[in-house]
Write a protein that binds this ligand. Structure first.
Ligand SMILES: Cc1cc2nc3c(=O)[nH]c(=O)nc-3n(C[C@H](O)[C@H](O)[C@H](O)COP(=O)(O)OP(=O)(O)OC[C@H]3O[C@@H](n4cnc5c(N)ncnc54)[C@H](O)[C@@H]3O)c2cc1C
Length: 475
């Protein structure tokens, strides 16, 4: 971009030299996401460090018809944050807007900038003996703004809910350059339409989140982690029903991990021990936590005994130290890395009624293996929320084009079955660009009209994240 370009001049004047990047080498890291997908070269990268600066940049773009895309930590899995390859966009990175503004321990709330990294927010809450419960594999890089934009879920949803349930107030730079401030730290507020919910899960298509009031909880004082080997997915769901009841609603995580995923974890990190004797078809990684006195060991041991008697589980280990618990969770992390190392594969993020998971799993696995007997199904996920990552590793001997075409076909089959169970094709990752075609197909006419109407109302020129969630022409 020439130094005389009016956009560049405006950005330098408004944000200072530190707030603008235009050299291709400086912009490189904003073009690639965690999964290795690549976007096009943007007009520039703007790095505002106040909410008003974000609003001022959007106002300028609105007046001059410049498309923009906000970026958080770049860990999104649906390519929403990558700059467009055909129509150059202005990337607005929130990375410098990263202050924890205040914490109110008695109100169980904290006020933060949208560019705060999730891990930083969690540590700030812990320093006050509180917890911000959103937990996910990317928490060292994803930002609160990105979490809000994608309505992130993660490991603790069954106890604390998704991001939608964890936001009390929001501050948003609107596409026309105004700042919407609804930063009330209220646990109850029934005054008309709940506008903040519009921006949660909107993936930046309706405005840029610049700040939020987050809901906190007492920090758990005792936490127990167990890995349990089960004979079947039915067994896992039977155990889940018992765990919800018999762990006094103190369950914080209940993850399904098939044996194939443990193998991927060992491939990624050979130092990780296999925690149980022998291999089991499926495992549960379970966590129970209490903020006051509770005999969690006795609770879990009783669950083991009952589950064993009922034939729901074969073996289990209760972590005896924090180190051992961390090792069990490391398996969950490493399996994602192992999956990534296998190259081209299908990643889905489907949601089903919890009770329907075993039937869905069996039907979808049979359909995939009938179409492609050499493919490997690796279905893991947050089963306590009915959320499965029903993923496929294609046969290794196919070239990348053949793999992509096979995986596309298999994805369509899986989504058809999801539809039969009245499920969702995106439980927590969002729509972005990647999931747009099946998302649009799934919309009823009223849903489509309302979404289009909201987009037109807030972003009449269609400049916010064009082509994500809704097609570009429908701004
Ligand atoms: C290893 C790994 C594990 C993961 N596990 C989970 C999981 O368990 N649960 C889960 O839900 N997700 C998970 N994710 C996905 C991802 O971490 C979440 O979607 C996260 O919320 C994205 O945050 P981010 O800051 O990285 O956003 P980005 O990737 O930068 O952006 C995501 C979207 O939000 C928009 N956006 C970003 N910031 C803002 C803002 N301030 N205002 C408006 N729009 C904005 C972008 O334009 C884009 O459309 C995982 C990802 C990885 C890599």
């Amino acid at each position: 971009m020439s130094p005389h370009d009016p956009l560049l001049q405006f950005l330098v004047q408004t944000l200072g030299n530190k707030g603008v990047l235009t050299e291709t080498s400086d912009m490189e890291r904003y073009l690639v996401d965690w999964a290795g997908a690549r976007g096009g070269l943007p007009l520039a990268v703007a790095r505002p460090d106040t909410p008003q600066q974000v609003a001022d940049v959007l106002g300028y773009c609105h007046r001059h018809d410049i498309p923009v895309v906000p970026q958080g930590g770049g860990s999104g899995l649906v390519e929403g944050a990558l700059p467009d390859s055909h129509v150059p966009e202005l990337v607005i990175s929130l990375e410098r807007l990263n202050r924890v503004r205040s914490i109110d321990p008695l109100n169980f709330s904290m006020n933060v900038d949208a560019g705060c990294v999730l891990q930083t927010v969690k540590e700030a809450a812990e320093a006050q003996d509180l917890t911000f419960p959103l937990s996910l594999g990317a928490q060292g890089s994803c930002q609160i703004g990105g979490n809000i934009a994608t309505n992130a879920g993660g490991l603790n949803v069954l106890r604390y809910g998704m991001m939608r349930q964890l936001v009390l107030g929001i501050e948003v730079a609107l596409p026309d350059g105004r700042l919407l401030t609804d930063m009330k730290a209220l646990h109850k507020n029934n005054t008309g339409y709940d506008l903040k919910q519009l921006f949660i899960g909107a993936e930046g298509t309706l405005g840029i989140v610049t700040g939020a009031v987050l809901k906190l909880y007492p920090r758990p004082q005792v936490t127990r982690t167990a890995l349990i080997g089960c004979p079947s997915v039915e067994g896992v769901l039977g155990l889940y029903a018992q765990a919800r009841r018999h762990c006094c609603d103190l369950l914080t995580a209940f993850e399904l991990i098939p044996r194939a995923c443990l193998e991927l974890a060992f491939e990624a990190d050979a130092t990780l021990p296999d925690p149980l004797d022998g291999a089991h078809p499926v495992y549960v990684l379970m966590e129970v936590a209490a903020s006051g006195p509770a005999d969690l060991d006795a609770m879990i041991e009783a669950l083991f005994e009952r589950g064993m008697e009922d034939g729901l589980l074969d073996d289990g280990v209760l972590a005896s130290s924090e180190t051992q618990a961390a090792q069990l969770w490391q398996l969950r992390e490493a399996m994602l890395e192992g999956q990534q190392r296998r190259g081209e594969h299908l990643r889905t993020d489907v949601s089903l009624p919890i009770s329907q998971l075993p039937a869905f799993h069996a039907q979808a696995e049979a359909a995939v293996l009938e179409s492609s007997p050499e493919s490997q199904v690796i279905a893991y996920g947050h089963v306590g929320d009915g959320n499965l990552h029903f993923n496929i590793l294609p046969p290794g001997h196919l070239d990348d084009d053949a793999k992509r075409s096979l995986l596309h076909e298999l994805e369509e089959q899986i989504f058809t079955i999801v539809g039969e169970y009245n499920g969702s094709i995106s439980a927590e990752h969002g729509i972005g660009r990647v999931k747009q075609p099946p998302f649009l197909e799934s919309l009823s006419a009223p849903e489509h009209d309302i979404m289009r109407g909201l987009k037109r109302l807030l972003d009449p020129r269609g400049l916010m994240c064009p082509g994500r969630i809704l097609p570009r022409t429908q701004g």
